[in-house]
Ligand binder design. Sequence first.
Ligand code: SF4
Ligand code: SF4
Length: 134
Amino acid sequence: MTRTVLRNLAGGPDTRPYPAVPARTGPFTRGHVTIDPATCRSCGLCSKRCPCEAIRLDKEEKVWEIDRMRCIACGDCVEGCPFGSLTMEPEYFSPVVEHVVESYTITYVKPEKPAKKPAEESTGAKEEGAGEST
Ligand code: SF4
Ligand code: SF4
């Protein structure tokens, strides 16, 4: 017992006084989730998969929100996003946050399909082409 107490006194605590001292992170650390609003297609899979109901999606208003106090950084939303819009960053989110709920406006714009040629135009062109060849 005495030996353990002396060792602890000499060695100091095993924990770090985060955030005064930066946390140790590595490439696989699950720090915090980020979104790329330009690629999010408002499918809603992330909010359905989240076990903590930390993600809210408003498809009409095009708003994606994450509650940092609810998120446990499990990474399920990142794995489930079919468009790769979510990323797990290794840095921990600051425990001193101004806004617990972060809102992002989704800016993804669905590309327009190329306009089809009117049926008459295409038929006329075929007829013209047929006349030239004879
Ligand atoms: S990392 Fe987990 S807890 Fe956090 S928002 Fe994604 S699914 Fe929810
Ligand atoms: S972040 Fe991904 S899973 Fe979530 S709504 Fe956008 S596209 Fe869908």
